[in-house]
Design a binder for this molecule. Structure first.
Ligand SMILES: *Cc1c(COP(=O)(O)O)cnc(C)c1O
Length: 245
């Protein structure tokens, strides 16, 4: 029954649910600390459960408890899980986020199966997603991934490339631009604050972007710091599902 993928160090159901509760508790605490400093109004930070390499039944278990947002990196694996869970009523409200790198020849599958794409970094990809988004689906929510540390090896557009990319995406009717996503360099303790400033600058200078509401930053190891710096969505895998191979 079980293949290799499903036996990687996934936790049992009881541990899965306990982990999930604990992550939510940690998010609440991070939020409360931050709101003492800057009087935020409501804890609206969204938890994206990153389920890459983990089996569909773990997703179903969390969805059944009310977890709504799931993130996937590997397209083939993701589509299999999305199709498997389609017939499960507990999974009817799942919102699927694509958070992997986007190859040009994969845009159609992404446009057809996902609700969000967080890793947009080039106009050519944006245009293809726009053209390939099926008419019967709502506009695809997109985040621009920013290479906030200007690292050679990193995905994401450079901060200097952002203005042109925003203008291009604004012209695509089948895409809804929601904000920014980053994966900071490990040593960069200041990346969250810089990205928050960038996010706010864009909001102020582009009042026409009426859906600009999402700053996706923070993972298992740094979600507290990210929330403290204004993250509206943390992407958490290991702390919920256990280690990956
Ligand atoms: C895998 C992944 C995550 C989750 O990382 P963890 O450290 O397991 O929480 C978050 N964001 C992206 C883009 C990822 O690829």
């Amino acid at each position: 029954m079980t293949d290799m993928k499903e036996t990687n160090q996934s936790v049992d159901n009881q541990t899965l649910l306990a982990n999930w509760q604990q992550v939510k508790e940690q998010m609440t605490q991070a939020y409360e600390q931050a709101s003492e400093r800057d009087s935020r109004s409501a804890n609206t930070t969204i938890l994206l459960a990153v389920s890459k390499t983990k089996p569909a039944n773990m997703i179903a278990t969390l969805a059944n408890e009310g977890q709504q947002h799931f993130g996937e990196n590997y397209l083939q694996e993701a589509i299999e899980k999305i199709n498997t869970l389609k017939s499960n009523p507990a999974c009817a409200d799942i919102v699927w986020h694509y958070i992997g790198s986007i190859q040009r020849n994969k845009t159609r599958d992404i446009a057809e199966h996902f609700d969000w794409v967080q890793t947009l970094e080039r106009d050519i990809i944006a245009k293809r997603l726009n053209d390939q988004r099926p008419d019967e689906l709502p506009a695809l929510n997109v985040l621009i991934q920013v290479n906030i540390d200007n690292e050679d090896s990193k995905s994401g557009c450079l901060p200097a490339e952002l203005p042109a990319l925003i203008i291009a995406i604004k012209g695509y009717e089948r895409l809804q631009l929601r904000g920014l996503m980053i994966i900071p360099a490990k040593a960069d303790t200041n990346a969250f604050a810089r990205t928050k400033a960038l996010f706010d600058d864009i909001k102020a200078s582009h009042p026409e972007l009426d859906a600009w509401d999402t700053l996706s930053m923070g993972m298992s190891g740094d979600m507290t710091e990210a929330i403290g710096n204004g993250s509206t969505m943390v992407r958490v895998g290991t702390a919920i599902f256990g280690a990956r191979d």
